[in-house]
Design a binder for this molecule. Structure first.
Ligand SMILES: [Zn+2]
Length: 381
């Protein structure tokens, strides 16, 4: 039996998620503590810090803001502009960029900001997607490393001493208490929570013989390089109450486009729109831990009183559907550039499925419904 949080639906199978004695998860505890925060004071502190740190640099930009083009990064840029700062927006190009993702990225530039886009070599990237999928069950491994390393590399390159990250994922999605309260992101945070999953960049050199220079963008700058520029990273979510829907509405009012129909495996139409591989990424989370993006979103809404637990129960059934397409692109076409067939993909899925979470046939094989979906042992408690 999977144990779920008494307030939201985050399960105990989620890595690094802690529960208190009453069975409430760290994400709910940290959300509930927001009421005691003096947000005006935090805002003042933020403005002071940005002014102080950016003064140390000799750059025309106050800070680097990493942007994917999504609702959250659009809102981040708007916030920095509203406060009167001049950000350098930095994009780490995603793996299999969608047309709507490109439109939303162009939209950010038109908010009135300077922008650089780093596009790591796509041939190496596809190799890394496949290695990530086969070795640690995460097709998005290179993306999740690159979104943390590339903005830091850009800060060093352009001598901008400050990086403004969005939310601390350890806060909204649960993590060790000291990390959830943290206001800054550094090398240690990246190594622990940045999605490396035990696959180190050095392994790629030694085991898969990928040239060191092809992996440069996936590595964090050295301490010396960081010290030269004095790079500090801050989480905006520590200083302003972070909320996905509010970010979406604000972004939409400034040109951000949503899909217009619910995304496969999700319950909304306004996030994870930029990369065709995201459906596979989310599916593997379901295979390993028995929950997916729908559970994350339902939990965010329950915490804010926008959904009851009962409504959430039905909605979270969108989790973990076999990713036969994502944003309309068939899985065969998503896998093809990686040199993988659907059959090979299915056997990788099998390898990463936690069989204790799903029902099996008498012969020990995984039970599937007519749509090729796995059937969980239990859906709630
Ligand atoms: Zn919870």
């Amino acid at each position: 039996m999977i144990k779920y949080c008494k307030i939201c639906f985050l399960p105990e199978t989620k890595p690094d998620l802690h529960f208190d004695v009453k069975g409430v998860c760290a994400a709910c505890i940290s959300y509930n503590s927001r009421a005691e925060i003096d947000w005006d004071k935090r805002k003042e502190a933020f403005i002071g810090l940005v002014q102080e740190i950016s003064k140390k640099g000799k750059s025309a930009w106050h800070c680097v803001v990493p942007v994917s083009g999504g609702k959250d990064s659009t809102a981040q840029v708007l916030k920095m502009l509203e406060l009167g700062f001049n950000p350098l927006c930095v994009t780490s190009t995603t793996c299999d960029l969608t047309p709507i993702g490109r439109l939303n990225l162009e939209n950010i530039k038109n908010l009135g900001v300077d922008h650089v886009e780093f596009s790591p070599d796509p041939i190496t990237r596809r190799k890394l997607n496949r290695i990530g999928l086969e070795q640690v069950g995460d097709i998005s491994w290179p993306e999740h490393v690159g979104i943390f390393t590339i903005p830091v590399r850009a800060a060093v390159q352009f001598k901008v001493p400050l990086i403004i990250w969005g939310e601390n994922s350890q806060n909204e999605y649960g993590g060790p208490a000291s990390e959830a309260r943290s206001n800054s992101l550094n090398r240690r945070w990246l190594e622990e929570f940045g999605g490396l999953l035990g696959l180190r960049v050095s392994d790629l050199r030694d085991v898969y013989q990928i040239e060191k220079r092809k992996l440069h963008l996936y590595t964090y700058p050295t301490d010396e390089e960081l010290k030269d520029v004095g790079v500090t990273g801050l989480f905006l979510g520590y200083y302003f109450p972070w909320d996905g829907i509010s970010n979406f509405l604000l972004a939409q009012a400034h040109g951000f486009r949503s899909l217009g129909s619910t995304i496969e495996g999700s319950i909304v139409d306004y996030e994870n729109l930029d990369n065709y591989q995201t459906g596979i990424h989310d599916y593997f989370k379901f295979l390993k831990f028995g929950f997916g993006r729908a559970t994350d979103l339902v939990s965010v809404h329950i915490r804010r009183g926008r959904l009851t637990r009962e409504q959430g129960l039905t909605l979270k059934l969108h989790d973990g559907k076999y990713p036969k397409s994502y944003l309309g692109k068939p899985i065969r076409e998503i896998l093809e550039p990686l040199g993988l067939t659907v059959k090979e993909f299915d056997s990788i899925c099998e390898r990463f499925t936690n069989k204790a979470l799903f029902r099996v046939e008498p012969d020990g094989s995984l039970m599937r419904d007519a749509e090729n979906n796995l059937v969980k042992v239990n859906y709630d408690n």
